[in-house]
Design a binder for this molecule. Structure first.
Ligand SMILES: O=C(O)c1ccc[n+]([C@@H]2O[C@H](COP(=O)([O-])O)[C@@H](O)[C@H]2O)c1
Ligand SMILES: Cc1cc2nc[nH]c2cc1C
Length: 350
């Protein structure tokens, strides 16, 4: 890691969740009317939420919110996705209509979901201004040929992520999900994970929307070319975002740093959210302590990054959709974990 300070205000150090509350939470959980440890990972989740809140038992997760960040990617014009980029604006409209997988799940689970266009390659006419007001540019440059963003664009994307998150937090947020939308975005995400974890393209590149065979080999080669192009600069997390990211990915990193700094726990989704989280951790060490894995994506880069941080997913349902959908599917279990902690009888009361 180089010592170059990023040109944006990154809060450091990120405060840690309350370890005393976590210890007391574990004692409380051990005393409930059940065999010791029998609620498995639900106990870990409850103790983590207690630590994030500094409260035992933890308060119910009434206000779960999701921020979905949309953008297109220049690399999508180079044969890395199974779908054309026109899908991205069409899906933004589907979100607005409440008929995307993520909006259906959010409605089912009472999660407030807001979608923002950071870099969709379309003017999205007719879509509410609230959705497009943070747009930085249309698409990004093809990252295997040139830097994805200029420094100025990356800064604007960062500021947008901070502003979006500050508004969401001001409205009251007990748990935050960061979702993504954008044809081609598994390629920059694989690059960010490779650079952060020091792994080769072959280990982190996956099928995305469904590329296989020769197309997957081509995608892997393109990730390798991008990493080679950027070289040592990729050691620096800010330069990594400028060179290999996109406006939506930069905003996602800013969202996670801002939420962690404000003491808001984050439930991670698939490859893209995890790529944002590992980059956030490199920029602002301590962010990952505020994160848990909502689900396991089928993407190899997501699995490797979760393993590095010892994060075990709540849901493992072979999902690979993005949008925040995997984390949204995990919300009922996380809520149950907290409810059990606060509502069960004590073993000593039996
Ligand atoms: O979150 C994941 O793990 C995930 C895995 C595969 C695909 N996606 C979604 O599919 C799109 C990117 O896939 P691709 O093949 O176009 O790079 C984008 O809209 C993502 O939300 C998401
Ligand atoms: C239809 C469709 C919906 C999506 N949602 C997230 N990524 C997506 C990719 C496609 C192709």
């Amino acid at each position: 890691m180089t010592d170059t300070a990023p040109p944006v205000a990154v809060p450091t150090p990120i405060p840690a969740p309350d370890q005393r509350a976590e210890r007391l939470a574990r004692e409380h959980l051990d005393g409930l009317a059940k065999p010791l440890g029998s609620l498995g990972r639900l106990e870990d989740l409850a103790a983590w939420i207690s630590a994030c809140q500094g409260s035992v038992p933890a308060r119910p997760l009434d206000r779960v919110r999701a921020i979905v960040l949309a953008g297109d990617h220049g690399v999508a014009e180079h044969g890395v996705s199974a779908y054309p980029r026109e899908v991205t604006p069409a899906m933004v409209r589907t979100f607005v209509a409440g008929r995307a997988a993520a909006t259906v799940l959010a409605a089912q689970h009472g999660v407030d979901l807001r979608i923002y266009d950071l870099g969709v390659d379309d003017d999205l006419s007719g879509v509410p201004e609230e959705v497009t007001r943070y747009k930085v540019r249309r698409s990004s440059a093809p990252l295997h040929l040139t830097d994805a963003l200029t420094e100025g664009e990356a800064r604007r994307a960062w500021d947008a992520g901070v502003a979006i998150t500050e508004r969401v937090i001001a409205d009251g947020t007990d748990l935050l999900i960061v979702g993504d939308l954008g044809i081609g975005n598994t390629t920059p995400s694989a690059c960010l994970i490779a650079a952060s974890l020091g792994l080769p393209a072959e280990l982190v590149t996956g099928a995305g929307t469904g590329v296989a065979g020769e197309a997957l080999q081509h995608k892997t080669a393109l990730v390798a070319t991008a990493l080679e192009r950027v070289g040592e600069r990729a050691q620096d997390p800010w330069q990594r975002l400028v060179a290999l990211g996109s406006a939506d990915l930069v905003a996602g990193v800013a969202t996670m740093v801002t939420a962690a700094n404000a003491g808001v726990p984050i439930l991670l989704d698939g490859l893209i959210a995890v790529a944002e989280a590992v980059t956030a951790e490199d920029l602002a060490p301590g962010v990952m302590a505020w994160c848990r894995a909502g689900h396991r994506s089928t993407e190899p880069g997501q699995r490797l990054a979760l393993e590095k941080f010892g994060l075990v997913p709540v849901v493992d349902a072979s999902m690979r959709l993005g949008e925040g959908s995997g984390a949204l599917a995990a919300v009922p279990l996380v809520r149950s974990a907290v409810l059990l902690m606060g509502s069960m009888a004590l073993l000593s009361d039996l």
